[in-house]
Design a protein around this ligand. Sequence first.
Ligand SMILES: Cc1cc2nc3c(=O)[nH]c(=O)nc-3n(C[C@H](O)[C@H](O)[C@H](O)COP(=O)(O)OP(=O)(O)OC[C@H]3O[C@@H](n4cnc5c(N)ncnc54)[C@H](O)[C@@H]3O)c2cc1C
Length: 329
Amino acid sequence: MANAAGVLVIVELADGKPISLVFEQLGLAKRLSEKLGGSVAVALLGSGVEAVAQDLIAQGADKVYVAEHPLLSDYQSDAWLPVVAKIVEAAAPAAILVGNTTLGTDLAPRLAFRLGAGVAMGCVEMNADGGKLQAVRSCFGNKAREKISFKTAVVVATIKPKSQEPFVRDGARSGETIKIAVDIQASAVRTTLISREKEKTEGVKLENASVVVAGGRGLGGPEGFRDLEKLAGLLKGAVGASRVAVDLGWVPPSWQIGLTGKTVTPEVYFAIGISGASHHLAGCGGSKAIVAINSDAEAAIFNDAKFGIIGDLKAIVPALIEEVRKAKA
Ligand SMILES: Cc1cc2nc3c(=O)[nH]c(=O)nc-3n(C[C@H](O)[C@H](O)[C@H](O)COP(=O)(O)OP(=O)(O)OC[C@H]3O[C@@H](n4cnc5c(N)ncnc54)[C@H](O)[C@@H]3O)c2cc1C
């Protein structure tokens, strides 16, 4: 793309509002655009979404490209892709930031292919020193980080949640809203969304929790998770699980943390009866501090833990709950 400059953020909405990751993408977009030159644009797709534009401007957007059509209200790649490509043509960005979500990981490679752009998935950092974009992401199950440079003028990157500081909200900011004409034929959309089931969550959402109490096979059964729920409740945290605990049917799949589950980056991550497989650490290795409770002193989790307790969780967890209760009282 000729004269590519600035950054375009793809907006993902939940219940009509941008998800918090969009504001983190905007924070990164602002920092990158200072080095790349150009402005921060956002692509806002949906039906009846224009009211969100001002919020996005307050959070760092200079230009909001709004594309409205009933077929855009739920993400479907056939409907979204040509419209996003049209916005890219109008905005001519050097970097396109997409959330590393179910939507983003579906859209980003398709978009990159269509644009002939380089793509990097699951980025935790991006730089544009000397005007050249570079991305950083975890590899080897979070044991190492790799730095990626690009050969293309336009780059698509998916950004991991909680990896970026959001732009500080400024309600007095002004920006431009640009309407994009949309002409989609229903016959061009090859999939139909039949239903959507909202994940049931009580209390803090796992992805947003500053304390996560996670359990694995060592808990011995679903009843083991009751104590974890008590501990999480006292610490205003959320409960997570290893894949084994999910596969055994002890807890719902939405609790799974790891490579094929959720990524969490809390201040404190309790790994209780979890061995510390790289597949699990891929989802929690970015936590500020891991506290491991395991009866096996050789368990791999102790290599990544800041604090470790070697012993039987059946004795340690109730004692910990008791101590937290006392400290709170
Ligand atoms: C492609 C692929 C993707 C995967 N994705 C994921 C993923 O997203 N998330 C994930 O978690 N896994 C994932 N896995 C599985 C992963 O490799 C491990 O098998 C899994 O994480 C192990 O779960 P665990 O730690 O609960 O069980 P185990 O490895 O069996 O560990 C149980 C631990 O509990 C300890 N323990 C037992 N009893 C007690 C006690 N009384 N007190 C204290 N400690 C005790 C043991 O010492 C042991 O360390 C994936 C695997 C593959 C191949």
